[in-house]
Design a protein around this ligand. Structure first.
Ligand code: ATP
Ligand code: MG
Length: 775
């Protein structure tokens, strides 16, 4: 047993210690959420370094986000001090970019290559489809781009794909052709797309054994967090890196070098990226692929209360083909899970906001509260209410700064400076700001480039040969000269480059001079980007323009989280992976939303949705709220929502179902009570219903015996399909009282009445299920 310092083992339970101390070729830590997997990885790295079994440079640790990488680095440093520098702790993508920057010239790329994000990819594919006329075959840019991506993640290249493709199908033939030209364009632009970053490194290692040997020799310990979400290409990369080095490839070595030791940690119950090619087989088959692997199981959870864990266990049990594990904690049951059914998405959002405020008044900081949802469309109602309630919040992965047009323009200027070969960025800025270079001129430049087999930038440099008028020629020459001057500078400061370009091209002045108020905001955004580039240089004194562009290209949604800020975090369930919060709200726990309807007919789809829900539940430390709405405006219409099957999988005694505030006595039978209780939004009357609520606050608990009634399907309770309503009718609503119909829209089961209620104002009701009667 290695002599790992006791201080590093303090605060670890026996199986965690075992995982930290095990030495051998392969170690698999399979464990449920919050059981300390990431913590074990961190301590294991610290142990290897502190005993001098490994130098920092011999360690490669892979995390799922850049933020997680930063945290792991900090924790290792906190455990053993500054010598931790020099380790590679990063995402797969960042590690591969580092390797490619060093080795790209081996296979015909330049070191200054740039990275196409999914938007760039789609734009390029769109142009290729149009040029080839394949749009008539029904090829769409989005569909084609994701098909290429999927194939690349499965480690196909266009030739290997072609061999298995059905080429008698003209669409498939067109697809293969588009892909081939797409790759060709990337190479011409000296660019990689996201999937290439991984795939090309695998290719590099396979094609150049000497290069592979270099990295195999270097990395002696490879550790991978969130292993369940690796795809085939990433798996292949791991296998490449962990192979031994035969003596003959290293003339100066006496004997062969054994493969690196590999540690992977993961939870197959949290595999949620199959749609991006993640392959759950990678974890299931690990033991077979690495036959001498040691397996360690962790079951004690250190994050959540027992009630939260019991709910998580109960739900995930409904998935088959899994290794049974039962998370437990010694910290006690904690509070009950709170459930709430809003009358609409707005009512649900109001509940969320009210509960957030009451959590905050009990001393929980905003930053410890998170709201999750399945689809981005759900944020609209949430944001409206949060703003109205003066709750500071941040949409993680929602405010896409780098996707704004003006930011893309400015970034395209930077890319054009850093990578003169990139035609895409040049095309974007050719006539931005307007300088009289129209589509015909652009096409002429491009065909001149194609004819002479030179880049678009070269064509611009030779503009005199093209015979354009003096104004256009002058404009192109000025732009080319300006860009070239920056391209040739020795490691220029990104901030100065950007400020100079935005100033000299007149881009900023044009925005500032515009009468459009939006343009003023755009100018501010560009200034903000200039500030970002300056900060970058401050943080990385030797950071080059390429480094800056790489960093921007690789940010993931979760990287935007900033714990220090006092804000509630809103994010999709996918983004929530690996994070933890004191209080978590999962909204829209409805059939068709969670599980999402797109997954319903896919093999393994519902099981993956259940894992997604499980990921959400297990992010909560102390408080968990599950909410839904009876009706929801989505997919462009108002639909009736049914409670998610996942709610029924949670033992009823774990959930404290709440009802609307101001809900008054005098209810009918228990069935209609259950219905009423699921309608938020009624705001008449005072608190206190006589139902002896155990919970304080605005939303009292449902009376005992009624909890079991949940969930009834709404259709069982009421069906108003036959009710004929026209504007002017007076109606009575169970909660909202009397009102007058002002409009009726939609047809059949989707008919919606807009009603002006005497007491509570305007409401939109789905006629089919609303508890209303005509007067
Ligand atoms: P996930 O599956 O969500 O990625 P995980 O298994 O990686 O979770 P960690 O994030 O490492 O779990 O740990 C969860 C929480 O429990 C963290 O706050 C961590 O510091 C704490 N923790 C882990 N092990 C222990 C321990 N032995 N004693 C005290 N706290 C622990
Ligand atoms: Mg983790």
């Amino acid at each position: 047993e290695p002599g790992v310092d006791d201080a590093l083992l303090d605060g670890l339970n026996p199986p965690q210690r075992e995982a930290v101390l095990h030495r051998g070729p392969a170690l698999l830590i399979v464990a449920g959420a919050g059981s300390g997997k990431t913590r074990v990885l961190t301590h294991r790295i610290a142990g290897l370094l502190s005993t001098r079994e490994a130098w920092p440079s011999q360690i490669l640790a892979i995390t799922f986000t850049n933020k997680a990488a930063g945290e792991m680095r900090e924790r290792v440093s906190a455990l053993i001090g500054d010598e931790a520098r020099g380790m590679w702790i990063s995402t797969f993508h960042s590690a591969c970019v580092r390797i490619l920057r060093r080795e790209a010239e081996q296979f015909g790329f330049k070191q200054s290559f740039t990275i196409y994000d999914s938007g760039d990819t789609r734009a390029l594919v769109k142009r290729l489809i149009k040029d080839s006329g394949s749009d008539t075959l029904g090829l769409t840019p989005g569909g084609t781009a994701s098909k290429i991506s999927k194939a690349k993640n499965d480690l196909h290249d266009v030739d290997s794909y072609r061999e298995t493709a059905n080429l008698s199908d003209p669409r498939e033939q067109a697809f293969v052709e588009i892909w081939r030209r797409y790759d060709h364009e990337l190479r011409r632009a000296n660019a990689f797309d996201f999937d290439d970053l991984i795939g090309q490194v695998v290719y590099l290692f396979r094609a150049f054994p000497v290069v592979a040997a270099l990295y195999r020799k270097r990395f002696r310990h490879i550790l991978v967090d969130e292993y369940q979400d690796t795809n085939r290409a990433q798996y292949a990369l791991i296998r490449e890196l962990t192979q031994g080095v035969p003596a003959h490839t290293l003339p100066d070595q006496r004997g062969e070098i054994p493969g690196a030791s590999l540690t992977v940690v993961g939870d197959s119950d949290q595999s949620i990226y199959a749609f991006r090619g993640a392959d759950i087989r990678n974890i299931v088959e690990f033991e077979r692929d690495f036959s001498d692997a040691k397996v360690v199981l962790l079951e004690q959870n250190y994050r959540s209360t027992q009630h939260i864990l019991s709910a998580a266990n109960a739900v995930i049990k409904h998935n088959f083909d899994r290794r049974d594990k039962n998370l437990f904690t010694t910290e006690g049951d904690g509070d009950m899970i709170v459930g709430y059914t809003g009358y609409s998405g707005h009512d649900e959002a109001q509940f969320v906001a009210d509960e957030i405020v009451s959590l905050q008044t009990t001393g929980m900081p905003w930053s410890q509260i998170a709201v999750f949802y399945r689809t981005n469309a759900q944020t609209r109602a949430l944001e409206e209410i949060l703003i109205r309630s003066a709750i500071p919040y941040k949409v993680i992965g929602g405010t896409k700064f780098y996707e704004r047009a003006e930011i893309k323009d400015a970034m395209a200027y930077l890319v054009a400076v850093a990578n003169p070969d990139d035609a895409m960025s040049l095309r974007r800025i050719l006539n931005v700001p307007k300088r009289g270079i129209g589509p015909a001129t652009e096409a002429a430049l491009q065909s001149f480039a194609d004819e002479h087999d030179i880049t678009l930038r070269d064509a611009m440099r030779r503009v005199d040969e093209l015979g354009f008028g003096p104004k256009v020629t002058g404009a192109i020459r000025t732009l080319a000269t300006l860009l070239d001057a920056h391209s040739q500078a020795e490691n220029p400061d990104p901030g100065s480059v950007l400020a100079d370009l935005m100033g000299r091209t007149g881009y900023l002045d044009q925005l500032r001079a515009s009468p459009d108020a939006q343009d003023a905001a755009r100018a501010e955004n560009v200034e903000e980007l200039i500030a970002v580039t300056r900060e970058f240089r401050k943080a990385n004194p030797n950071g080059s323009l390429i480094d800056f562009l790489t960093e921007v290209a690789l940010v993931a949604a979760a990287d935007e989280l900033d714990d220090s800020e006092g804000q509630v975090s809103l994010m999709t369930l996918h983004t929530a992976k690996g994070l933890e919060f004191d209080a978590v709200f999962i909204t829209g726990v409805e059939e068709d939303l969670l599980p999402h309807r797109i997954s319903a007919n896919e093999p393994g789809g519902p099981a993956e949705e259940r894992r997604l829900f499980y990921v959400g539940v297990t992010r909560a430390r102390k408080r968990l709220y599950l909410s839904l709405a009876m009706t929801r405006a989505q997919f462009g219409e108002v639909t009736v929502a049914m409670p998610s099957r996942f709610l029924q999988e949670i033992p009823a005694e774990l959930i404290d179902w709440r009802q609307s505030p101001g809900f008054v006595n005098g209810r009918g039978g228990s069935q209609s009570r259950a219905l009423n209780a699921r309608q938020g939004g009624a705001r008449q009357g005072a608190l206190g219903t006589g139902a002896a609520p155990r919970s304080m606050g605005r939303y009292p608990s449902l009376p005992e015996g009624e909890k079991k009634a949940f969930p009834n399907t709404i259709a069982e309770v009421r069906d108003n399909s036959g009710l004929e309503l026209v504007p002017g009718d007076r109606i009575r609503h169970k909660d909202f009282g009397e009102g007058r119909v002002s409009a009726v829209t939609g047809v059949g089961a989707k008919r919606v009445a807009e009603v002006q209620f005497d007491a509570v104002g305007k409401k939109r009701l789905l006629i089919k299920i609303a508890p209303i009667e005509k007067l």
